[in-house]
Design a protein around this ligand. Sequence first.
Ligand code: PMV
Length: 329
Amino acid sequence: MDDIQSLFVKNILRDAGSTLKDSGSAFAASNIALSKYWGKRDAALNLPVNSSLSVSLGDLGTRTEIRLADADSVQLNGTPVELTDGFAVRTLEFLKLFPMVGTHFDVRTENTIPTAAGLASSASGFAALVMALDDLAGWGLDKKKLSMLARLGSGSASRSVYNGFVQWNAGTSADGLDSYAEPLSSDWKDFRIGILELSKARKPVGSRDGMNRTVETSELYKSWPAQANRDIEIIRAAIEARDFPTLGKAAEHNALAMHATMMSAWPPLIYLQPESMVMIHKVQFARADGLEVYLTIDAGPNIKLLFLEENERAVVDVFQGLEVVKPFG
Ligand code: PMV
C-alpha cells in the first residue's frame, strides 16, 4: 500500500464509527457513463482529468457480503475464486487499504449483471465492497466519503454508490478530497439502455493501462478535457429538459471522441472489433431512417444503445438479441 493512499484512507475515516459486526453486506448498481472518464491526473488516488456523468443500471449490479476470517477467501457467484485470479487479487489488494478493520477477509460477491451482457462489473463491485465494509466495520460513512473510497478501487465505482443519473466531479485538489460523485435529482422513467454483447474476448489492455498510454502518447488526448467538459454540461442540461435527442447526440459524440483518443495512442488502443463497427454503422442507418437511437461504448467492443420506451419495440426489432435495461424501474 502506498503512503499517500494510507493517509487518504485515514483522513476519510477520521470521524468514523467502529462498531464491528459479524458480517457486512451491500448492493450497488452498475453504471454506464454518458460522458466518460478517461485519463488520470493522479494514479495513487485515482483522480481523473475530467468530470464524468453516468446512469445507473437499476437492479443490475453487485451484492457483496464480507466477514473477518483467519485466511483470505473470495467467492464469485457462488464459486470459490483462486487467490491468484485477477478478480481476487484486486479485491484483496483493495481490502489491504483497511488494516484497521482486519487482516484477512471472507468476501462473497454475486453479480446480478447477466454474464451475457458483457458489462464491466468493477464499478458496482468496488462500490458494493466499500459499502459492505462500512456495514461490517460500523463506520457509518456518508455517501460522499463512500464514493471517495470506492474511487480508490476503480474510478467509475465512485459513481456506483448512487442510483440514477450521477456526476463524478473531477476536483482540483492534490489531496483528492474534492473528487467524489453526487446524484443528479432526476428520474427519467422511459429512459432505456440496450446492451449488445458482440464479443466475449478479454480486453487486450485494461482501463488503467489504457488511460495512461492515451494520456502519455496521444496527441488527440489534448483536446479531450475540453470535449468532456462541454459534453457533461450538454448532457446535464438535456436531462433537466428531458431532451433525449440532445442527450443521445452528446453521449455518442463523447464515446466516439474517447475512442478516437484511444486509437491515436501508441501502440494504438483499438477496443472496437469488426462487429462493433458494423453496429456503429447500423445505428447511423437506423437514425437516418428516423429511429431515435444513439450509442455509447466503453473500453471494450460491446455497444450500449440509448433510446426511449416509445421506440423500444422498433429498436429491439432492428437490433436482435438486445438486452433492455430500465434504469428507473
Ligand atoms: O473505472 P475504470 O477504471 O474501470 O474506468 C472506466 C472507464 C470507462 O468505462 C471507459 C469510462 C467511464 O467513465 O466509466
